[in-house]
Ligand binder design. Structure first.
Ligand code: URA
Length: 241
């Protein structure tokens, strides 16, 4: 691979910025100053440095974002703020995208990556990747609703869903709402809201807290993101094998 292409892929700067860096003598390959962007290297084997900084070869990037309310799960949009607008300039790459969608008024865990293969597998219905949501819903839920979720809800349009797990956390008498955890194994449009609609309740707050082996951190505030650890990436790759 050409060194200018390598540096561009590693998000070091625009092509002209990289040309300038090489011209200035800021780039070394195996401790020798690089004089041309055409210089060939073996990514992952050769040692590239920008000044004192070692430039590691990385193909795939994985981030866990705590999606806040009011932004859409898309890569770009002409009118609305997207989850990608929450990224710092230094982390942003045009090939990053959110894996699946959360509604504009849903918060919580969203995986952002440029690994199309993993994304495809996580979203594929064949893999039945489990997603857990914390929801606040109207009314007081009882054992009968838990059983309906266990048996598999039929949505108002006739769609039959796979069994889901419903756990009641607490009932708020003052607001007449119930806080629950729901675990589903599909990802149909507005699925959780429509499941509660099918049992006569309305979701007033919805937050995704888990997807497969990945869980949201308590300390990661809405709008913030962090890179996945190697262990978290390996667990996701193992889950989708
Ligand atoms: N179910 C919903 O209804 N909305 C979401 O954003 C995710 C799951």
């Amino acid at each position: 691979m050409r060194i200018d292409k390598f540096l561009h892929q590693m998000n070091i700067g625009t092509r002209s910025q990289i040309t300038q860096l090489i011209k200035k003598g800021a780039v070394t390959l195996n401790a020798r100053q690089v004089v041309s962007g055409k210089t060939q290297l073996k990514p992952g084997q050769d040692l590239v440095k920008l000044g004192e900084r070692e430039i590691q070869y990385q193909v795939h990037y994985y981030y866990l974002l705590n999606k806040p309310l009011g932004v859409i799960s898309a890569s770009t949009d002409k009118h609305q703020k997207t989850v990608m607008d929450l990224f710092n300039k230094s982390d942003y790459r045009p090939d990053l995208f959110p894996v699946g969608r959360l509604d504009k008024d849903t918060e919580g865990l969203l995986l952002i990556t440029n690994d199309g293969d993993l994304a495809h597998k996580l979203l594929s219905p064949a893999h039945h990747i489990k997603k857990t949501y914390e929801a606040t819903v109207t009314g007081k839920l009882d054992e009968q609703v838990i059983q309906k979720f266990t048996d598999g809800i039929t949505l108002k349009d006739g769609t039959e869903l796979y069994p889901a797990k419903l756990e009641i956390l607490n009932y708020n008498k003052l607001e007449n709402t119930t806080r629950v955890h729901v675990q589903i194994q599909e990802g149909k449009y507005h699925q959780v809201r429509r499941m509660f609609g099918a049992v006569g309740q309305k979701v007033v707050r919805l937050q995704r807290i888990k997807m497969g082996t990945l869980a949201i951190d308590v300390g990661l505030l809405p709008g913030n993101y962090r890179e996945l650890s190697q262990k978290e990436v390996d667990e996701l790759l193992e889950l989708t094998k």
